[in-house]
Design a protein around this ligand. Structure first.
Ligand code: PFF
Length: 453
């Protein structure tokens, strides 16, 4: 049976809209909030280089695998895997890829929405001028005061969840297209304004040094695992989000070109965020390894010192919220598309139910920053750290590993060749080598070395 040419959920209107939507999924809190703080916790330079290697040798091939599987199946990841395993007489256990993606999606969405709520709160704080002329101490105090008020965190979590559910109910395609068309270019522009500011700070050189100085001693198995986990998270890989978006990609779009563009855009934003944040850290004597609060202390501080800082700061947090919402939408898409297909349910109903479940789960993250701040879970300092650890470092890489193996070995060569526009030959061999060997082996080696250590 030939693969369908259209998905019942709609289609991206062009190759560029796919690039924008997938970049909208990839670029989010992972780049601007998580990348700098994880790089800070892992000592900078060596981590950043490992991260870039993981993007190129694990991320890009796995993203290609997700898009090609999605486009071949043209349904939600679970039904795509069901359809493809049946059609090609493969073991039905492959469908677990789809289920584990849905589970990871709930967990990620639960905390993602809480952090995105912080960005919403900071839109108001920046707009009100409360941070004008603030010192590092003021900015730190404002953030920790905020965290001490769980009801406030819950309020912003709820607002962000409601916005996500609303957009998702309207359908990913119409909900997203307009949003990404505007916000992506604006976000880039503003990152460069901030970069310009960072360059004028005293800590610029030290920040750049911190980001890129390669110190072999800092390459520990844990740092490698963190880099790999971050590569999966930032590219939205290993849980079917890109596979779900792949289902809406027009048949004549080149997977290699689009995936490369998406990976480059995503990496540029993450590296730019690091280059903005670390110089501010060093200029103000802050701690690079301070954890999840890093962006929320440094960026307001910078805007507080800049001319027109209140205006730019407000725009910045609006853009971060946009970046977060376009990612949140994609996190829920695998589960949403599945439920709509399976029960013929109305999108809005499904969206509300999904939203309520992850909202409740998200309370665990809210309390991780106040009531339960000292309650370690599963060897991690808080429940939030545990959820983030389980998803980034275990579920996404494992999901990605099996996705790569499925594309390389379970799908017939002709199907892969047609999807990638290569008919065997040297390119076919390279693809098989990278997707079937290099990427899965790299994931396995990182896992095993982290386990052994
Ligand atoms: N890539 C997003 C970010 O960097 O913020 C987060 C994300 C989106 C993770 C979609 C996983 C996912 F499926």
């Amino acid at each position: 049976m030939a693969s369908a040419t259209e998905s019942r959920h709609g289609m991206w209107s062009s190759k560029w809209l796919f690039v924008l939507a997938a970049a909208g999924s990839a670029v989010g809190l992972g780049n601007i909030w998580k990348f700098p703080y994880i790089a800070g916790q892992n000592g900078g330079g060596a981590f950043v280089i490992l991260y870039l290697l993981c993007i190129a040798f694990i991320g890009v091939p796995i993203m290609m695998a997700e898009v090609l599987i999605g486009r071949e199946g043209r349904q939600s990841p679970i039904n795509t895997m069901r359809h493809l395993t049946k059609q090609h007489h493969r073991n039905p256990a492959w469908v677990l890829i789809g289920w584990s993606g849905v589970a990871a999606g709930f967990l990620i969405l639960s905390y993602y929405v809480v952090i995105a709520g912080w960005a919403l709160y900071y839109i108001l704080q920046m707009g009100s001028g409360a941070l004008h002329g603030a010192t590092a101490e003021d900015a730190g105090r404002m953030f920790s005061d905020f965290l001490d008020h769980p009801l406030e965190l819950i309020f912003w979590q709820t607002v962000f969840m409601a916005m996500t559910v609303y957009i998702v109910s309207r359908g990913v395609i119409s909900g997203l297209e307009t949003a990404v068309r505007w916000f992506m270019p604006l976000l880039f522009l503003l990152m460069f304004v901030l970069l310009g500011y960072a360059m004028t700070t005293e800590g610029w050189r030290q920040g750049v040094d911190f980001m890129f100085r390669f110190d072999l001693a800092k390459i520990t198995p844990d740092a490698v695992l963190a880099a790999m986990g971050q590569a999966f998270f930032t590219l939205s890989l290993g849980m079917g989000a890109i596979m779900a978006y792949g289902a809406y990609v027009p048949s004549n779009t080149s997977i290699f070109t689009t995936v490369s563009i998406i990976a480059v855009l995503d990496t540029v934003v993450a590296v730019a965020a690091g280059l903005v944040i670390f110089p501010i850290v060093f200029t103000n004597g802050l701690e690079p390894a301070q954890g999840p609060g890093l962006m929320f202390v440094t960026v307001p501080l910078a805007f507080g010192q800049m001319p027109l800082g209140a205006l730019f700061g407000t725009i910045f947090f609006i853009l971060v919220s946009f970046a977060a919402i376009t990612s949140a939408i994609s996190i829920s898409e695998p589960a949403l598309a599945y439920l709509v297909e399976e029960y013929n349910a109305k999108r809005s109903r499904v969206a509300i139910s999904l939203g309520v479940i992850s909202w409740v789960l998200g309370l665990g993250t809210v309390f991780s920053f106040n009531y339960w701040a000292d309650v370690g879970v599963g060897g991690q300092p808080t429940l939030f750290d545990f959820v983030s650890w389980t998803t980034d470092k275990v579920m996404l890489p494992l999901g990605g590993l099996f996705i790569a193996l499925f594309a390389a070995f379970a799908l017939p060569k002709t199907v892969v060749g047609a999807q990638l526009g290569i008919d065997g030959g040297l390119l076919g061999v390279i693809w098989k080598l990278v997707c079937g060997l290099v990427a899965p082996l790299a994931v396995l080696i990182v896992f095993i070395s982290a386990l052994v250590s």
